[in-house]
Design a protein around this ligand. Sequence first.
Ligand code: KIV
Ligand code: ZN
Length: 522
Amino acid sequence: MTDTTKQDHVLIFDTTLRDGEQSPGATMTHSEKLEIAVLLDEMGVDIIEAGFPIASEGDFAAVSEIARNAKTSVICGLARAQIGDIDRCWEAVKHAKRPRIHTFIGTSPLHRAIPNLDMDQMAERIEQTVTHARNLCDNVQWSPMDATRTEEDYLCRVVEIAIKCGASTINIPDTVGYTAPRESAALISMLLERVPGADTITFATHCHNDLGMATANSLAAVEAGARQIECTINGLGERAGNTALEEVVMALKVRNDIMPFHTGIDATKIMNISRRVAAVSGFPVQFNKAIVGKNAFAHESGIHQDGMLKNAETFEIMRPEDVGLTETNIVMGKHSGRAALRSKLENLGFELGDNQLKDVFVRFKELADRKKEIYDDDLIALMRTATDPENDRIQLVSLRVVCGTDGPQQADLVLNIDGAEKSTTQTGDGPVDASFNAIKALVAHSARLQLYQVHAVTEGTDAQATVSVRMEEDGRIVTGQSADTDTVVASARAYIHALNRLLVRREKAGKDTREISYKDVG
Ligand code: KIV
Ligand code: ZN
C-alpha cells in the first residue's frame, strides 16, 4: 500500500456514488453501485463516498453493503448537520474496516438563511454535530458547504470549531463552481495561516465545474496545501459536474515536474471504470473529454498522423496504455468458447457467476452471428444489456418495423407485461418514433421523454448502437440504456429499461405501481 503520510501524497476521495449519482438522471441500481465501488477500491481510491444513508432505504442499503465489502478504501457516508442523519450514516458505514462520517452544513449567507440560523446558532450546531459524529467514529470529515462564498472570518471561525470537535479532514467545497485557480489556492493558504490547529488536519478540495475550472481549482488548492481531492469518474455530478478523477490523476502524473505530488491510483484502470460509469449512469462520455473521451487519443489530421508514425510523443503527452486503453483489441468471433469469454470479461473487470455467464454467452453468440469482429467495447455494451434484471415487469418479446422513403413508418410490437403478452401495431414519424408510440400504447404513462441519444460502440456499419433514454415523471428522473446492432431494437429496449426503472422508483416512493395502465390493443 502507498505510504499516505508523505507530504507529497494527495488522497483521492471519490464521490461518484454520492455527488455523481445526485446528478439528474444518473441514478444507479444497488448492484451497479456495488460494482462501481469494487472497481474504485481496486484502482486505489483512498476514500469512497458511497452515498447519503438518510436519503433513502436504497442509499442506506448500498452504503452498508459497500462498507462490508470494501477491502482497502475508507468508506464514507454523507450526513447533514443533524443528529438523526449522523446516526443513520454511522449505522451504514460502521461495517467498514475503515469507516468515515462526512457531515456538512451550508455556511455562506445564502445558505445560512435556509435553516434560518444566525452565525452563533450555526456555530453551535456545528459544535454539537461534529462532536456527536466524533463520538461515534474516529474518522470525521466536515464541510462548510458553499465555502467559497462564505465570509473569510466566519469560515475561519467554523473551521476552528470543527477541528476542536475532532474532525480530521476539513473539506472546502466550491459548491457552485464559482471560484478560480488563484482564489482557490489563496483560500487554502489563508485557512492554513489563520486557523489554529489547521496544521494537524487534512484539507480537502471539492470543486464543481460550472465555469469549467474544477480540475484547475482542485490542483491549485493542492499546490497551496490541500492533500485530498474530491472528484468523480468522468466528472459526473450536479449541473456541470465535479472535478474528474482521471484528469487530476493524470495531470499529477504527466506534470509531476511542476506539481510534485502523487496519488495511489492505478491509472491503467481508468478507461475501464470510465466506461462502466458511463454505462450504468446513462451519461455517455463526450468524445473530446480529456483522458477518457473517444477522441482523446485519436489523430485525424494528416500532419498529426504523420508525426505520430515517426514519434508518438510529437502529439501525445501520455500513452493510451497509461490509462488502460489497449489497441484495437479484437477479441473473439463466433467460434470462441465460454472459458475464453469468461477470461476476457474478467480482464475487463466483470466477475461473473455461472448463471450470468450462461446468459451472457448466449447473447455473445447471437451478436457474433451478426457481427464479424467483437471488440472490448462490444462486450462492455453487451454486459450492460445482459445484466438487466430478469424480473423486470415489462419485457420486449418482439419488434418488427417497416420503414423507408414512403411513410408512415410502422412498428409491430409484442411485450410481456407482468407475465401476459400484449401486442399492438402503431405508426410514427420514423421507425424509432413508431416503436416508442407502440410502447406507449401498451404501457400508458405520463412520463416525458427528456433525452434520446444514440452512439455507435465501434466503427463500421455493423457496429452496435448504444441508446440512452432519459424520462421524467413528477420530478423523478430515470434513464434506460441498451445496445444492439439494430438501432431501433436498442432504442425500444432502452425505453423499456427506463419504464421498468420508473416502476421501481414509484414503488420506492410508495406509489401504487398499478397506476400504469396496460391497454390491450392487440
Ligand atoms: O458541493 C458540495 O458542497 C457538496 C457538499 C455536500 C460537500 O457536495
Ligand atoms: Zn458537491
